[in-house]
Ligand binder design. Structure first.
Ligand code: OXD
Ligand code: MN
Length: 589
């Protein structure tokens, strides 16, 4: 398929090591993918679902020990430990290559190696980057064909160029003791072995589009972020774009596909989804920050997804989707998971493959991290700009976490540097459903803790540096939201879901200089009445409470922030220290 010498030399080196019986190039044609689906069904690797109710949909079950990303087995192998920083697992690249080569040796004997050329971002876009994944798993091929742009057009776009990310995946024995997900940022190389679970093996996603890309972004002056991208259309038909970063279990996919409250829908407000997980951001010729979603599909968590919680995500899974580790309704060969509805199938295959009565089964029918891999084009609210090679201009960046007490519903950073500090101090708490006081705080800067491909302190510096390249009036305004504030009894005070649109409207009004704000110790808060509560059953007192800043609780958080930052030593940018001092001073006033 190509004469590219770098590609062919690398391929030869990898086949010499893994020794597959045959090598098959993925050209991206529907005929080839269909033949692979049929092969996977014939070997039992996948199950064909009810083609009338779920056309083009398939089912896959992973090993029981292989159901999630494995952060403790994920490594950033930079030449020195300092380059990887205190947050990442590190090993010397020479040592790691030697260790892994032994594991890969002969690992594909008796198997086929598939060569998947893929593009992160629209083929040919100035934002886009090319990868080639070698894998011995048809499941990986079929998922990559949904999650990325795949095939001949990509290898043609690469031409003779050596600029591609070299990705190697071998399923081997799925042995958790020998499982490794390894990034070599300086070599643009990713090696993954002994897993077949999406986040560990769809190497275009977390491994490339976040870990390797964040490193490339730092070197080349752009950013790879764990952020959704949404467009908010007003009744005049103008669309403004927002990027938002949240740690897991904070509703990123739901926010990306939000359905506005009825009164706003009637007025003509709409939300369009550009991406639900990853943003690549560059400064455009006009000095504004532009974003693309480098992915082509959604690798979403199934449990909890329903017509009520996320109508659009559910609709996206109705065709050409691969379901992993959900339950099967044996009566009609469709899928089920907790939270889909209140009607688990009686005649059910639960996720590990056991036949059970779903109505009386004592346990989870679908694995809590069971997934759907759905093409983005299936989503009813997919943005018309989804394929725009120039990306969309970003008006606001939103950070968020799950904080029972600390963070108000929304506040705005004073400027870019303060916004970087707000992102760097992001945290999320374990739910307060458990007995005892407020949940345990986990620091997760910019929701990138598991995904930064280099030293987190340098990552903060890169954010600060990006700010210096944009005029203040062009740079996105930065906000923090908290949909999870709780009252004394532990009840959520804000309804969330579609009503989060009310907060987004305030955010955009601030960006356009249309809304006033009150200055507080932590940043700008909405003035009284600024958040529209039409048709909402919420008293002014509750709204006041939602927007309040408890100085004692914040001082506790500052203590935690200080401890967290201490691990970065001298590498922590002085501006982060400066912002921490300002916050402390403001709280002490
Ligand atoms: C994640 C995901 O783990 O998007 O963040 O799958
Ligand atoms: Mn994610």
């Amino acid at each position: 398929m190509t004469n590219n010498k770098v590609v062919l030399d690398w391929l030869r080196e990898m086949t010499d090591m893994t020794k597959p019986d045959q090598v098959v190039w993925i050209d991206g044609s529907e005929a080839q993918l269909e033949a692979l689906r049929a092969e996977a069904v014939s070997t039992g690797e996948m199950i064909k679902l009810n083609q009338e109710k779920l056309p083009g949909c398939y089912y896959h079950r992973t090993a029981e020990n292989d159901v999630a990303r494995v952060e403790d087995r994920t490594f950033i192998c930079t030449p020195t430990k300092e380059e990887a920083g205190p947050i990442n697992n590190w090993m010397d690249p020479v040592e790691m290559y030697a260790k892994l080569k032994k594991l890969y040796a002969g690992s594909m004997i008796g198997r086929t190696m598939y060569v998947i050329p893929y593009s992160m971002g629209p083929v040919g876009s100035p934002f886009s980057k090319i990868g080639i994944e070698l894998t011995d798993s048809i499941y990986v091929v079929l998922n990559m064909a949904i999650m990325t742009r795949t095939g001949k057009a990509v290898i043609d776009a690469l031409g003779d160029n050596a600029d591609f990310v070299k990705c190697l995946h071998a399923k081997k024995d799925v042995d958790p003791e020998e499982r490794y997900i390894v990034q070599f940022p300086q070599d643009s190389t990713i090696w993954s072995i002994n897993s077949a679970y999406g986040g560990n093996v769809l190497l275009g996603k977390k491994c490339f589009a976040l870990r390797i890309a964040s490193y490339l972004g730092m070197k080349e002056g752009w950013m790879a972020e764990h952020m959704l991208i949404l467009g908010l259309e007003n009744p005049q038909g103008e669309v403004k774009y927002i990027c938002a970063a949240f740690p897991s279990a904070c509703g990123k996919t739901n926010l990306a596909m939000l359905i506005p409250p009825e009164y706003l829908k009637k007025k003509g407000y709409k939300v369009w989804t550009v991406g639900d997980d990853i943003s690549w951001l560059r400064i455009g010729p006009d000095g504004r920050l532009y974003a693309i979603n480098p992915e082509a599909g959604f690798f979403g968590v199934a449990p909890g997804t329903s017509e009520k919680t996320n109508f659009n995500a559910l609709a996206a899974t109705k065709k050409n989707t691969i379901f992993t580790n959900v339950a099967i309704n044996n009566d009609d060969n469709t899928v089920w998971w907790e939270g889909l509805d209140k009607n688990p199938p009686e005649n059910c295959t639960e996720w590990t493959g056991k036949q059970v009565n779903g109505k009386t089964f004592d346990g989870k029918l679908a694995h809590p991290n069971s997934r759907f891999t759905a093409p983005a084009v299936n989503c009813p609210c997919i943005s018309s700009e989804f394929e725009n090679p120039q990306g969309v201009p970003i008006s606001a960046i939103v950070f968020g976490g799950r904080r029972a007490k600390t963070a108000p519903l929304v506040y705005q950073a004073r400027d870019w540097n303060h916004g970087v500090f707000v992102g760097a101090t992001m945290a999320s708490e374990t739910t307060a459903a458990a007995a005892g006081a407020v949940g345990v705080v986990r620091r997760d800067p910019m929701a990138m803790k598991p995904f930064v491909g280099y030293n987190m302190a340098d990552y903060f510096a890169h954010w600060l540096e990006m700010g210096t390249k944009m005029d203040a009036d062009k740079a996105p305004k930065i906000f923090h939201v908290n949909w999870f504030r709780q009252d004394e009894e532990g009840n959520f005070m804000w309804p969330g879901f579609g009503d989060n649109m009310r907060v987004l409207l305030w955010i955009l009004d601030r960006c356009e200089g249309k809304a006033d704000a009150v200055e507080s110790a932590i940043g700008y808060l909405p003035t009284e009445g600024a958040i529209d509560t039409t048709d909402l059953d919420i008293t002014p007192e509750v709204l006041n409470e939602l927007l309040s800043v408890d100085k004692d609780v914040w001082m506790e958080d500052v203590k935690d922030q200080k401890e967290y930052f201490a691990q970065f030593g001298d590498r922590l940018p002085s501006e982060i220290k400066n912002q921490l001092e300002i916050l402390e001073r403001n709280l002490n006033k």
